[in-house]
Write a protein that binds this ligand. Structure first.
Ligand code: ZN
Length: 370
């Protein structure tokens, strides 16, 4: 039986060197040098669990190929492109806002973006149904002219623009479940009615003052940006309700040719950069909801690109659960942390979370009748 789920990873993704920052700030008194929270191990341990469990054998390996300059420049400015190259060639440094690159990061960032392009090509060609790209550096915060929040190049934006330019794709939906707002993707398509962006994130966290309910797109794109700023403490009940009442109906109304997911696992209960309570079973559940929509709307075409997620111990279990859902196969590995996350108070939908969801739900009525 053929494998239906593609998987993209490269050891070089782990060689992108974010240096001796502490948590997410550069060292210098009073911050002692430490280890950047966006360090390689979180992603590498995700890949390691796939290897150790043997689940990697259930996946179709798709090799990343570096994105071309043309691909990158469909989104990023020439000036930013050369800044990243220069810093990566010389001493490394911050290419924008809290986005450290090291020696050689330019080539790795091109490979990361190219991985999402290759996955998209394979899905569009029908070689695989869906794909997960364990991309690093991540992409969803990056703006056209600067890196933001550990994101060097906008991996998903670049893949979407490639798909529209070369693969006959016209309508694209992006669902971002990273705990932080998908500002880069939203900004890139804010005026564009052909790309629906939906971000479900922790209310006003990062970037500051982004992702409010009232941010709905502008010009021709008005109504084609959806923000679901969930209150801190949201668990599986809030996420499932937001997906059932907002994300799935919006996708149904919009009728995309392909769905991209910005997959951060920093909404997990064990994440140092989020205050949410998601867990592996929750992410698998959201994946199945998106797959159901994709099956109905676009032959199941779905491409996930990895974004944040900063618990080196827990991210692998969320990733494995999502890949099990995508492929419809079981690894036989149980998440040993699941019972602890599930047992936390407030996993069910809470009234103040329901209030927010109801407000956003009202805003998407135009899509339902699209
Ligand atoms: Zn994040």
């Amino acid at each position: 039986m053929s494998k239906k789920t593609g998987f993209v990873y490269h050891e070089l993704f782990a060689w992108h060197d974010t240096g001796n920052w502490s948590l997410f700030l550069p060292p210098g008194f009073p911050i002692q040098p430490g280890m950047h929270v966006e360090h390689p191990e979180t992603k590498r341990r995700f890949k390691n669990l796939l290897d150790a469990s043997g689940f990697i054998n259930e996946l179709e390996i798709v090799e990343p190929i570096a994105a071309t300059d043309e691909d990158i420049l469909r989104f990023h400015t020439e000036k930013y492109f050369s800044t990243v190259k220069k810093m990566s060639d010389e001493n490394g440094g911050d290419v924008g806002q809290l986005t450290q690159v090291g020696l050689g990061s330019f080539e790795i960032a091109k490979l990361s973006a190219g991985g999402v392009i290759e996955a998209t090509k394979a899905v569009m060609a029908g070689d695989i149904n869906n794909a997960y790209v364990l991309a690093r550096p991540p992409g969803h915060h990056a703006d056209a002219d600067m890196g933001i929040g550990f994101c060097v190049f906008g991996n998903i934006v670049i893949a979407i623009k490639h798909a529209i330019a070369n693969l006959g794709v016209q309508r694209v939906a992006v669902v971002d479940w990273d705990v932080h707002h998908g500002n880069g993707t939203e900004t890139a398509f804010y005026d564009d009615p052909n790309v629906l962006t939906i971000s479900a994130h922790q209310d006003n966290w990062f970037p500051p003052n982004r992702g409010f309910v009232s941010d709905i797109g502008s010009g021709d794109g008005e109504g084609f940006a959806i923000n679901i700023p969930l209150p801190p403490g949201s668990g599986m009940g809030a996420y499932e309700s937001a997906f059932d009442r907002i994300v799935s109906p919006a996708l149904e109304g919009f009728k995309p040719d392909i769905i991209f997911i910005a997959s951060g696992f920093d909404g997990s209960a064990f994440d140092p950069l989020g205050r949410m309570m998601m867990h592996s079973k929750g992410y698998a559940s959201l994946t199945k909801k998106l797959m159901a929509a994709a099956d109905r709307l676009c032959n199941g075409r779905l491409v996930m690109a990895h974004e944040g997620g900063y618990s080196p111990t827990y991210v692998p279990f969320c990733g494995l659960a999502v890949l099990e859902a995508l492929s419809g196969k079981s690894s036989g590995v149980d998440d040993p942390f699941l019972e602890f996350a599930q047992g936390m108070a407030g996993q069910d939908l809470q009234p103040h979370q329901e209030e927010l969801i109801a407000i956003v739900e009202k805003q998407i009525s135009h899509l339902k009748g699209h």
